[in-house]
Design a protein around this ligand. Structure first.
Ligand SMILES: [Ca+2]
Length: 374
């Protein structure tokens, strides 16, 4: 909120002299004032009140912790941003109950594909109940700025990955995995996949079918689910890395499901599985997203363009142009390693489908700019 938070709001009564407080009015300032604002029907007012609560020590912290239990995801998330860096076991336990996180290892490899670092990390995620025990997990992706496309020095690059350009992506949630067959069936009531398995990614879906899934999921949940834009996809895939893969300068079949007969860089040949695998079979990227490289190509929302001349720089989907094709990212079980690079782009007519193409979903969460940089 841009307005001065110390100014009275229309529902505040300023206490002056000996006059009594009007019935149903709030006192500006202090914990009572914060509590009153936290009861406001206006989400932005509630979020601003959380920031104010920080001024009031333990009592204020308790109010922020209580906000984690609320109904509004925006308010919960604002509370999370205010609390997340506090090293307090009481707070961390609350996160697990009301705003869950998951832990994972972030792995990097050397030029030959041998592991050369491993660190523990964690990410916050949302759980969407799709019924019958089927859950959709959406991982928090903090907004930021990155260089989209491949540098001229990268091996195996295509013209379609250039010019490299700076893009700013707003905060979003992205699917932890590509949409699985169980999730697709729970929403659409059918399963078009070639390689059957409820934990395997759904494939053989056209762009139109992927968009229809998002529409139906939105109706079911009341949130706006959609495909990722290609800018969001690449930003989420790179997760702060600038190498061809989030693992480093190459991949191996121990890290990614791709055609191991055709490795990248100095990595040795390896397994070509010739099929999809259960999602989450391989280590995730630094954001906690799985299977971005390989497994299935992922439909993005954008229309196809042969390069990035004129591309949006705000993370939005590129909707202008006349192409009937839509963008696919990340490569698949079928592809050589070079096709699985973070920068690599492919396309297919929106009505076509194939057994190496699936999708991942995104959901936006509006976070006030005053909090998004916390
Ligand atoms: Ca993928």
């Amino acid at each position: 909120m841009s307005e001065n938070q110390n100014e009275p709001r229309e529902y505040d009564a300023v206490r002056g002299g000996q006059s009594s407080i009007p019935v149903n009015a709030a006192v500006l300032g202090g914990i009572p004032g914060v509590k009153s604002r936290l009861a406001s029907p206006i989400i932005e007012v509630r979020i601003a009140a959380l920031s104010e609560a920080l001024k009031y020590g333990e009592a204020g912290l308790d109010l922020i912790i209580q906000a984690l239990h609320g109904e509004s995801m925006q308010v919960k998330f604002a509370a999370y941003l205010l609390l997340k860096d506090r090293d307090d076991l009481k707070i961390k336990a609350q996160f697990q109950d009301y705003l869950p996180t998951f832990e994972f290892d972030v792995i990097t490899v050397d030029a030959q594909g041998k592991e050369n670092s491993r660190r523990k990390s964690s990410a916050h995620y949302l759980r969407e109940d799709l019924g019958n025990g089927v859950v959709l997990e959406m991982v928090y992706i903090p907004g930021g700025t990155f260089m989209m496309g491949s540098p001229a020095t990268e091996s195996g690059i295509y013209d379609s990955e250039s010019p490299q350009h700076q893009v700013t992506v707003p905060t979003l949630y992205a699917g932890k995995y590509p949409i699985t067959q169980a999730q697709y069936e729970a929403v659409m009531g059918n399963n078009p996949s070639y390689f059957m398995g409820e934990k395997r990614p759904v494939e053989s879906v056209s762009w139109h079918e992927a968009v229809a899934f998002c529409r139906k999921l939105s109706e079911k949940t009341g949130k706006i689910y959609r495909l990722l834009s290609q800018a969001e996809w690449e930003y989420a895939c790179r997760a702060g890395t600038t190498t061809p893969f989030y693992f480093g300068n190459t991949i191996t079949p121990d890290l990614v499901n791709y055609n191991g007969n055709y490795p990248y860089g100095a990595a040795p040949k390896g397994l070509a599985r010739g099929t999809t695998m259960d999602v989450g079979s391989f280590p995730p990227n630094p954001f906690g997203l799985y299977d971005m490289h390989g497994e299935v190509w992922e439909w993005c929302s954008d229309k196809w363009h042969i390069n990035y001349d004129g591309a949006p720089i705000d993370g939005s989907s590129w909707e202008t142009g006349t192409s009937n094709c839509r963008v696919l990212r990340g490569g698949s079980w079928y592809n050589y390693a070079v096709f699985c690079r973070a920068a690599r782009r492919d396309c297919l007519c929106a009505g076509h489908s194939y057994r190496c193409r699936g999708f991942r979903v995104a959901v936006a969460l509006t976070v006030p700019s005053s909090l998004s940089s916390l």
